[in-house]
Ligand binder design. Structure first.
Ligand SMILES: Cc1ncc(COP(=O)(O)O)c(C=O)c1O
Length: 396
């Protein structure tokens, strides 16, 4: 069918023309004498996105999964105890990666639709008088269920108890879209990928690392090579990389960081919050349920929508794609068939959100799910028009 395809999965996200154009360049010599003039300011500006003065950002060819591995392999030793929690496919996979690395993971099982259980983290850390727990995992935004967790809350617990564990955050579907504060929250390794809030193609693991994590790395004994922070530090300090960097993606990243900083991070976050509010208003108006159990967990980057009993969310996704060329996010693992997801992050505006909601309505109607056609789109229009007015008044 002619016209744009709809992309409403929670990553990869929509690729801005400005970023696409920034990458439309000849391949370049990454050992050229003037390469550092490009890379050093990029490293410096990336620190602003992570809100860090003291940390440093590493750019690995890879994806978010590589970022998880970098966090673990650079800081821990075989058998080290790690505290985590599982409440969706991505928190599950990070725990699985830790286990495959021979770590002793205490993974708290949480109902899918809720997030990091602060009270249980506190209890585990309080009981750990000998500080056997070396790292604590937080999936800031569980993309599978549309649940956002309280990273600052975990930092408060560690501080209250004087517990020295490293704090690792998976920010793959949150960083550069919703609030994240590396220094203020005392995060030791933060993992992001290029294909979500950074609005790039997949291909980079973007990892921000604290001084404390780099120090811990000196004693860490897990094997590491490709993801070795120490090799990166040595080369990056000179503006180079220990191996061939994904230079074309770095050109795109330069444009991405420019766009984020020009819009202003707080405005980026407010835009995501407002667009997410429109999607949530639509879900309510359809009479459907958000997979995230209560507002404290609602994600501003992705909403997982539970279809009524007796219906298969997979049908909605298949119909949306085959009849209307709209990609919706699939339900993964425990929520397969039960939810479809609307990604609302990255390069996105009101009309793109309405396109996704309209497409979801078409597909749900064809799948036989009962709801009042137009109800969700109408509720989203009301939300956007009311909040748009409020934003305009605030700006005047
Ligand atoms: C929260 C989260 N963590 C990690 C990953 C894994 O990242 P990747 O698929 O880029 O390896 C994803 C992917 O969607 C994710 O959403």
């Amino acid at each position: 069918m002619p016209g744009f395809k709809g992309m409403a999965v929670p990553g990869p996200t929509n690729l801005p023309f400005r970023i696409r154009q920034a990458m439309d360049v000849a391949l370049e010599d990454h050992r050229a004498p003037d390469f550092p003039q490009f890379t050093l300011p990029l490293f410096a500006d990336l620190k602003k996105v992570f809100k860090t003065d003291t940390g440093r950002v590493f750019l690995f060819p890879g994806s978010g999964t590589g970022g998880w591995e970098a966090a673990i392999a650079n800081t821990l030793s075989p058998g080290d105890k790690v505290l985590g929690s599982v409440f969706g496919q991505f928190s599950l996979l990070w725990v699985d990666l830790c286990q495959r690395f021979g770590l002793d993971v205490d993974a708290i099982d949480v109902e899918w639709g809720k997030g990091v259980p602060l009270d249980q983290y506190r209890a585990r850390l309080e009981a750990d008088k000998r500080h056997a727990i070396k790292a604590v995992l937080v999936t800031q935004n569980e993309t599978a269920t549309g649940v956002t967790s309280d990273v600052a809350g975990v930092r408060r617990i560690l501080d209250d108890l004087g517990h020295p564990a490293l704090l690792f955050v998976d920010g793959v579907s949150s960083i550069a879209s919703i609030d994240f504060r590396m220094d203020e929250w005392g995060v030791d390794v933060a993992v992001a990928g290029s294909q979500k809030g950074f609005m790039l193609p997949t291909g980079l693991a973007i990892v921000c690392v604290s001084e404390k994590a780099l120090e811990a790395g000196k004693a860490a004994r897990l094997p590491r090579c490709f993801f070795d922070f120490r090799d990166m530090v040595k080369a990056n300090d000179q503006g180079y990389f220990p191996y061939t960097p994904a230079a074309t993606l770095l050109r795109g990243l330069r444009a991405s960081v420019d766009m984020l900083l020009e819009e202003g991070l707080e405005n980026v976050f407010a835009r995501h919050r407002r667009l997410a509010g429109a999607v949530r208003a639509a879900v309510d108006a359809w009479g459907l349920r958000n997979c995230a159990k209560s507002p404290e967990w609602f994600s501003d980057t992705v909403t997982a929508i539970v279809v009524p009993d007796g219906f298969d969310a997979g049908d909605v996704i298949r119909i949306a794609y085959s009849r209307y060329e709209l990609s919706l996010g699939a339900g993964l693992n425990k929520v397969a068939g039960k939810v479809f997801r609307i990604g609302h992050l990255g390069w996105l505006n009101e009309l793109m959100v309405l396109q996704a909601l309209g497409g979801a309505e078409l597909a749900m109607r064809d799948a036989g799910i009962p709801f009042q056609p137009g109800a969700g789109v109408g509720a989203a229009v009301m939300h956007l028009s009311q909040t748009g007015e409020a934003m305009r008044i605030a700006a005047e």
